[in-house]
Design a protein. Structure first.
Ligand code: ATP
Length: 362
């Protein structure tokens, strides 16, 4: 069990490539922290610095109140689970799980106790004598988890551990990792590029981009109040709609899209900070979920370009004059491509961003 903190941490490879820039983040004892961001944003580098596999160029790593920058990996009491399991093919499941403990000269009895306990947690009891080649992908990943559990480490690090599995198995293993976290009450850091995985796993999600922390928050905070346009676009599927335009005031407050064709009246009382942006450029954002079909004629008329039916929901790709917009609505049967519809956009769920800084305004 442990707490950890990264304080003003940067990583510069070979004095040239800044992979991570001035990161601050902390985990409480027993917390599951998810690092999420696009490829190359520095997730793996952060994990490797915590594990001690990569030197920290600037800043401090603190575990349980102690600065750990110069402590060798083997003395950090951290276990890492990788994407490619890295199991030894010639060893059985039992041997794979016990290998690290044998190296550390842990007694046979203790090894047996720990392996059997981990096998019980992971449902591997009947597979202990099999070799990795005779296991499914999910079972192999469980063995890799087992190998980490038997070490009883202070901190677990997961580097995209599920990305080699198919979608169904991934969902199942995600649930198992959550269960594991509950049972072990261990401090865990989980890296993924998949925002859905992040949203379903995290107590605390850290969104990274270009080596910098963009936002740290609970899943709903990131969804409802993204601090900038990057987080707004990254979290949620389909992605948020963005339209560049201007706030005009003509009695009412109106957002007018750049090309003049998209207009949306809104109540300024919900967006006090926008008052200083009148006649200035802003970016309007709204989620596909916040569009709905209107039975009455509304001011916003759209043409359905194409649509994806997902069973209980439909994704609509719409054109409002020259502006493309995505909507996600509950299933209705009478829509077809080329059809004209009237829509409403939930005026309490608008997001506004500064067009220069891309930071949230409201
Ligand atoms: P992915 O999701 O693709 O694994 P990531 O978010 O984990 O990406 P990192 O692997 O941490 O990203 O890489 C961050 C940046 O640092 C990238 O620009 C990468 O090219 C660079 N980088 C990583 N390792 C090294 C290295 N050993 N030497 C130089 N640059 C590196």
């Amino acid at each position: 069990m442990a707490t950890f903190e990264l304080k003003n941490v940067s990583k510069i490879y070979d004095g040239k490539v800044t992979a991570v820039q001035n990161i601050n983040l902390a985990a409480d004892d027993g917390e599951l922290v998810v690092l999420v961001g696009p490829s190359g944003c520095g997730k793996t580098t952060v994990l490797r610095m915590i594990a001690g596999l990569e030197e920290i160029t600037e800043g401090e790593l603190i575990i349980d109140g102690k600065i750990m920058n110069d402590v060798p990996p083997k003395d950090r009491d951290i276990a890492m689970v990788f994407q490619n399991y890295a199991l030894y093919p010639h060893m059985t499941v039992y041997e794979n799980m016990s290998f690290g403990l044998r190296l550390r000269k842990v007694s046979k009895n203790e090894i047996d106790k720990r392996v059997m306990n981990a096998a019980g947690i992971l449902g591997l009891e009947n597979l202990l004598n099999r070799k990795p080649a005779a296991l499914s992908g999910g079972q192999r990943q469980r063995v890799a988890l087992g190998r980490a559990i038997v070490r009883n480490p202070k901190i677990f690090l997961f580097d995209e551990p599920l990305s080699n599995l198919d979608a169904k198995l991934r969902t199942q293993m995600r649930a198992e990792i959550l269960k594991l976290h509950r049972e072990l009450q261990a401090t865990m850091v989980y890296v993924t590029h998949d925002q859905i995985e992040a949203m379903t796993l995290g107590d605390k999600i850290v969104v990274l981009n270009e080596g910098k922390v963009q936002q740290i928050g609970k899943p709903l905070e990131l969804f409802d109040k993204p601090v900038n346009k990057f987080v707004a676009a990254f979290i949620g599927t389909p992605s948020m709609n963005f339209i560049e335009g201007k706030i005009e005031r003509n009695g009412d407050y109106v957002f007018v899209g750049e090309t003049g064709s998209f207009r949306l009246k809104f109540n300024i009382h919900n967006y006090d900070k926008l008052k200083t942006y009148v006649n200035q450029s802003v970016v309007l954002g709204f989620r596909p979920e916040d569009i709905k079909l209107s039975e009455n004629e509304t001011e916003i008329k759209a043409v359905i370009e194409f649509m994806e039916t997902l069973g209980s929901e439909i994704i609509l790709y719409l054109k409002i004059d020259d502006v493309s917009v995505t909507g996600k609505i509950n299933m209705v049967t009478d829509l077809k491509p080329g059809g004209k519809i009237s829509i409403e956009i939930n005026e309490n769920k608008l997001h506004f961003f500064d067009s220069t800084t891309k930071q949230r305004i409201n």
